[in-house]
Design a binder for this molecule. Structure first.
Ligand code: FEO
Length: 172
């Protein structure tokens, strides 16, 4: 059975992943409004990925006999600062999430909860990937800055990111 301290921390992380999901969904809606459907699709896929992160934690907590307690999710911003500003905000957000995951690992060690520590390794690796994805797109956006054709190409490229559900794909 998982300790109450670890349970609370995992519940907080479920919330953090839901907050991330909501943020990326808001960014997706913003890009739709900016007539950048490829950017919007990339963010929609990111939203889905964050939901799957929350679900992974949810399932794990249940498996360990913990109690899932869902917390409030505040409204995300509606406006963002163009493609570059939005991806810079994404990177900043992911760095914050990485810090949360590393704190969870520290807590698992302190609690002598080896199972949770091992479970969290997946998230540690995932955060490396998340930060790299945002960094790569920031680099590409900087390269095409001032060239509208470049933004168009990047929009097309980001639009190739697959979505998890066929319902979402059908909406294309
Ligand atoms: Fe689930 Fe982007 O961290």
């Amino acid at each position: 059975m998982i300790s109450p301290t670890m349970q609370d921390a995992i519940n907080a992380q479920i919330n953090a992943e839901m907050v991330s999901a909501y943020l990326y969904l808001a960014m997706s809606a913003y890009f739709e409004d900016q007539n950048l459907p490829g950017f919007a699709r990339w963010m929609k896929a990111q939203f889905q990925e964050e939901m799957s992160h929350a679900d992974k934690l949810y399932e794990y907590l249940q498996e360990r006999g913990g109690r899932v307690l869902l917390q409030a999710i505040a409204a995300p911003p509606a406006e963002f600062d163009g493609p570059l500003g939005t991806f810079q905000a994404t990177l900043e957000h992911e760095r914050k999430v990485t810090g949360l995951i590393l704190n969870l690992v520290k807590l698992a060690r302190k609690e002598n909860d080896t199972a949770t520590e091992i479970f969290l390794q997946w998230f540690v690796t995932e955060q490396v990937e998340e930060e790299k994805n945002a960094e790569d797109i920031i680099q590409q956006l900087k390269m095409v800055s001032g060239a509208p054709g470049g933004l168009f190409m990047l929009n097309r490229q980001l639009g190739l990111r697959p979505l998890a559900t066929s319902a979402a794909a059908e909406a294309d």
